[in-house]
Structures are given as structure tokens and as C-alpha cells.
Ligand binder design. Structure first.
Ligand SMILES: [Zn+2]
Ligand SMILES: [Zn+2]
Length: 132
């Protein structure tokens, strides 16, 4: 087998991020690339994730948590975070542009984007609650 270049690893990380909706951590990505890149350390994965963030190819979406989460979906969207299992899912409603306009007027500033995070209990955890 030919020796894999560093850029191969980054390409695979990007591909993984583009094909998942779990908003993974570096550890999740590391786990999935372990067999393919047996000599790669979790720190390397983390570094490559942050390079992809700085290149604007993925987003870092941290929710006041010590562990960083990443998103391959670059479209403007909101998130729902389950406070019990920590899962993050996309909410596909149109972005509130009228709110942005109001804030622009209120502050006399240029608003480039905004984010709204919703917190609560996801359907899976709700079911578990009922069972116990
Ligand atoms: Zn949950
Ligand atoms: Zn997302």
C-alpha cells in the first residue's frame, strides 16, 4: 500500500464531516479513522479539524462545553442540544432575517450572521424517561 500523505487525512476528515449530522467531536472522528490511519494520534485529528475550520470548510460549534464539536453543514441553521445525552441536531427553519434587520437598526451596526441554540430533552431521552 502506498504511503498516505497528510492531505489524505484532512480530505477524509472533511468527507466524514460532510456525511454526518452528529456534529462530532475530535474523538469521534479519530475513532472512525483509526483503522485507515493507524499511526495518527487524536491530537493530529484535532489539529486538522481546526485547519478545516480556519479554511472555512467546516464550522466549530461549541456550546459552552469543554469538548469542541464540529459541523460540516455550512448553511445557516439552528441547533437543538439535548441536555441529557448531549446530542446536537439541525433545525431546518428559515433563518430569521427580519430579526437581523431589527438588530441592525437598533445598534446601527452591520449584522453578518446570528446563531440560536435550543436546549431541552431529545425524543430518545424523552422515551427513556417514560420507561423508568
Ligand atoms: Zn437526548
Ligand atoms: Zn448543524
Amino acid at each position: 500500500m502506498a504511503k498516505r500523505k497528510k492531505s489524505d487525512l484532512r480530505d477524509r476528515i472533511l468527507e466524514l464531516l460532510k456525511n454526518t449530522e452528529v456534529h462530532p467531536t475530535a474523538a469521534w472522528v479519530f475513532d472512525r479513522l483509526r483503522t485507515e490511519f493507524p499511526r495518527v494520534a487524536v491530537g493530529t485529528v484535532y489539529r486538522n479539524l481546526n485547519i478545516l475550520v480556519s479554511e472555512g470548510l467546516i464550522k466549530n460549534i461549541s456550546f459552552n462545553e469543554p469538548i469542541e464539536r464540529y459541523d460540516g453543514n455550512l448553511s445557516e441553521h439552528y441547533h437543538f442540544i439535548c441536555e441529557e445525552c448531549g446530542s446536537i441536531r439541525d433545525i431546518n427553519v428559515p433563518p430569521l432575517k427580519t430579526l437581523e434587520n431589527r438588530i441592525e437598526k437598533l445598534l446601527d451596526a452591520d449584522v453578518t450572521h446570528h446563531r440560536i441554540d435550543f436546549y431541552g430533552v431529545c425524543p430518545t431521552c424523552k422515551k427513556k424517561r417514560k420507561q423508568s
